[in-house]
Design a protein around this ligand. Structure first.
Ligand code: KIV
Ligand code: ZN
Length: 388
């Protein structure tokens, strides 16, 4: 039977940390409701101790979200955990997400301490959090660069202390997909109480590998992916929600599924882009403006014969406007004929041959030949049997 991958959305926490993306409570609340509608399993609503505004947002989201789990981030600090618990008081399904850095970089440079002391702090943080909720997630920050043997000891200890989800962040986006996958496989095979919890992938995109690493993680046994709409997040961003969801949907042989309503992906991407004032790159997978545009003659000809020659996803499946045949100097006759037809002009083959000569001259002089250019061409051509 197919296994569910829990989608943990952190647009409102890791995504909102991006300079310029800060949201007020009203905006966060509106987005949280949309995320619930989208079908995410967990909404990371914020970092309650970080500011009174974030506390208020987490509290407001906790009051209205009924189906999804609402999660608050904390450091492995008692006060953080108490404040998060207070902010999550009204949530139907509250989760505390606590943790600490586990790589040598963090242990030595950030905390100036030892592996044993970090292990104790991790256990203590989970115990504090368990005083408030049964749903505790532990993050081993910079797990991507943490030695696997030590990481396995941490994972075993926090599960024994009561964590039901253990997050393995590749905080700096350093891992290669096979390395991240091996890390998850190592934990699955070496942590004796691994059956009492699930592993979560939280990958950053510093080398453009966040999506690939998350998928490698679930192939190797992780059962939760932490991600954001449009891949927003610290520095180069987090794993993009729309990408992992569609990979899982397209590759059914993986035996995995999510509960995401994929038709909402494009509309929600636009909404997040607007509200956070962060444009989406046109060539972004799934939600970019060009994700379903075809501009070269070879591709257009194949696409017009059968869309599946050049499209693996039907745009409707992800709520996109539809496939586009864009006319540039690289376009061919079939695309030109198709676009004329869309405007109501029926030209025969000779007409198209003739019009094509005019078309390439115009196309060479500008980036895209648009509707007004086509109308002008059609009128100037005055074909014998054109019907406008
Ligand atoms: O990237 C990271 O390690 C994080 C943790 C706080 C979960 O965002
Ligand atoms: Zn992160």
């Amino acid at each position: 039977m197919d296994q569910q991958i829990q989608i943990f959305d952190t647009t409102l926490r890791d995504g909102e940390q991006v300079p310029g993306c800060k949201l007020n409570t009203k905006e966060k609340l509106a987005l949280a409701l949309q995320l619930e509608e989208l079908g995410v399993d967990i909404i990371e609503a914020g970092f309650p101790i970080s500011s009174p505004g974030d506390f208020e947002s987490v509290q407001a989201i906790s009051r209205v979200i009924k189906k999804a789990t609402v999660c608050g981030l904390t450091r492995a600090v008692q006060k953080d955990i108490e404040v998060a618990a207070q902010a999550l008081k009204y949530a139907v399904r509250p989760r505390i997400h606590t943790g600490i850095g586990t790589s040598d970089f963090h242990i030595k440079a950030k905390f100036n301490t030892t592996q044993e002391a970090i292990l104790e702090r991790a256990i203590q943080a989970v115990k504090w959090a368990r005083n408030f909720t049964d749903d505790v997630e532990f993050f081993a920050e910079d797990a991507g660069r943490t030695d696997n043997e030590y990481l396995a000891r941490i994972v075993e200890a926090v599960i024994a202390a009561g964590a039901s989800v253990v997050n393995i962040p590749d905080t700096t986006g350093y891992c290669l997909p096979y390395q991240y996958g091996e890390k998850i496989a190592y934990l699955m095979n070496h942590v004796p109480n691994m059956d009492k919890a699930i592993l979560s992938c939280h990958c950053h995109n510093d080398l453009g590998l966040a999506t690939a690493n998350s998928i490698s993680g679930v192939i190797n046994g992780a059962r939760q992916i932490e991600c954001t709409i449009n891949g927003l997040g610290e520095r180069a961003g987090n794993t993009s929600l729309e990408e992992v969801v569609m990979i899982i949907q397209q590759h059914k042989h993986l035996g995995l599924y999510t509960n995401i309503k994929t038709q909402m992906l494009n509309p929600l991407s636009r909404e997040v882009s607007d509200i956070m004032r962060m444009p989406v790159q046109p060539n972004k997978a799934i939600v970019g403006a060009n994700a379903f545009s075809h501009s070269s003659g070879i591709h257009q000809d194949g696409f017009l014969k059968d869309a599946q020659t050049y499209e693996i996803i039907n745009p409707e499946q992800v709520g996109a406007e539809g496939s586009k045949i864009v006319l540039t100097a690289r376009s061919g006759r079939s695309a030109l004929a198709y676009r004329f037809q869309k405007l109501g002009y029926e030209f025969n083959r000779n007409d198209i041959d003739h019009l094509y000569q005019a078309f390439v001259k115009i196309a060479d002089s500008k980036k895209e030949v648009v509707e007004s250019d086509l109308r002008a061409m059609a009128e100037a051509h005055v074909p014998e049997n054109a019907i406008a």
